[in-house]
Design a protein around this ligand. Structure first.
Ligand code: GLA
Length: 396
């Protein structure tokens, strides 16, 4: 059992007292390398689960009431509804499982996390997914990886009511250690691309501005992007190409972002395969520029943090990560320069304790294979031809 799962159990026992029949689940957060805000319009994405995780401990409720404790907060209800508090994703996970036919009794739950909340690292998908894994263990049932993703999406979209795409849930489930995950959101396919650089890592720094995927900004972007695809008669932003120029002027910039961002994700896959870190870094910078200028989801602080990261020695590229409107910035950086790069971002954010050096980590398909079973996953296309060329560390 991991340390975080142990802490989730402690949280449950200390918050709600002793009880019987415990089960726990653990899920990672995610970082996007390139391919932000294209999941809901069928785009391509390069992302990875990270080695920061969140755990949920569950046990049957002794009196039929639903309870949850997390970081000093405690909620209780007579039925598992979403009410805008810490219980929402936990209770939604139980409701979504019931919709799938998994008998889930009233539950008591405890949460512990190394993942920062509302920092753009997918803590919501991790919370829902960890809860699902814990509940499946308690029920002694298994689902396929695709069913787990679908159940997490029902919980998030239909029950909690957040209009998200599928990036976070798929990254949390399908990622492989030592690899990044390529997602095609038109075809619903994914494959692992080996991470070619031992001497490089990703640094994440929270801006201190909390973001909200349920907020109006996200919903408006999603509507504009969907409108852009519909206006051009394409089923996915992968087919827009340069035709964003034909769009009505008020949605042109949104069309340009989704068209260029999915192309950048394709190029990023090629650069990972070629081991070209300079080019990957440029794509990361361009992704930020597009999210800032065209999609308008950055903030002054995220712009300043990414600019500071780019100035730091050993940094190849930096961008906001996740939905934007706050959250975190990430940088691709030489490992030996990672702390200085993190410090440069923290000077701007004023959050010296909210920086992380993260590594590509395995998702639930691998780490929870007792309850996440997928015959199809054995056939997942893992490209077995890792590039032989390794980047030579060089400063920009
Ligand atoms: C949030 C959403 C995802 C995705 C990203 C932006 O994390 O949950 O579905 O849209 O924003 O790439």
């Amino acid at each position: 059992m991991s340390d975080v799962e142990g802490r989730a159990i402690q949280t449950l026992l200390q918050g709600l007292g002793p009880g019987r029949g415990l089960a726990a689940g653990l899920a990672p957060g995610r970082v996007t390398l390139v391919g932000e805000h294209v999941d809901y319009v069928g785009g391509r994405i390069v992302c990875m689960a990270v080695d920061l995780s969140l755990a949920v401990a569950v046990r049957p409720s002794p009196d039929g009431r639903w309870r949850a404790v997390s970081a000093g907060r405690r909620v209780e209800r007579s039925s598992p509804s979403a009410q805008g508090d810490i219980g929402d994703r936990l209770f939604a996970a139980a409701m979504a499982l019931r919709l799938r036919g998994v008998a889930t009794p009233p539950l008591e739950m405890g949460v512990a996390s190394d993942l920062p909340e509302s920092a753009g690292l997918s803590s919501s998908a991790a919370l829902t997914s960890a809860a699902l894994v814990a509940m499946l263990r308690l029920a002694g049932q298994a689902v396929s990886a695709d069913e787990l993703v679908a159940t997490a999406l029902v919980a998030e979209r239909d029950i909690v009511g957040v209009p998200c795409g599928e990036l976070d849930q798929r990254a949390v489930v399908h990622s492989r250690a030592d690899s990044v995950l390529a997602l095609d959101c038109e075809l619903g396919s994914h494959w692992a691309v080996p991470w070619p650089w031992r001497d490089l890592c990703v640094v994440v720094a929270a801006s201190g501005e909390t973001h909200d995927v349920g907020g109006a900004g996200y919903r408006e972007r999603r509507e504009a992007a969907t409108r852009a695809c519909a206006a051009l008669g394409v089923s996915s932003c992968q087919h827009i190409g340069d035709r964003w120029r034909e769009l009505p002027v008020e949605i042109q910039r949104f069309g340009r972002h989704i068209a260029t961002e999915t192309r950048r994700a394709d190029s990023a896959i090629e650069m990972l395969e070629a081991g070209d870190v300079q080019a990957l870094g440029r794509l990361i910078d361009e992704s930020h520029e597009s999210l800032r200028g065209d999609y308008m989801v950055s903030t002054e602080r995220l712009d300043a943090m990414t600019a500071a990261a780019r100035q730091a020695p050993g940094c190849y590229g930096a961008r906001l990560v996740g939905a934007g409107f706050g959250g975190s910035a990430m940088a691709l950086v030489e490992r030996e320069a990672a702390y200085d790069c993190a410090a440069a971002m923290a000077v701007i954010s004023g959050q010296p304790d909210a920086t992380w050096l993260v590594e590509p980590a395995a998702g639930l398909e691998v780490t929870a294979h007792d309850v996440v079973v997928d015959p199809a996953s054995a056939a997942t296309a893992v490209r077995n031809d890792p590039p032989s060329r390794h980047a030579r560390p060089r400063n920009r």
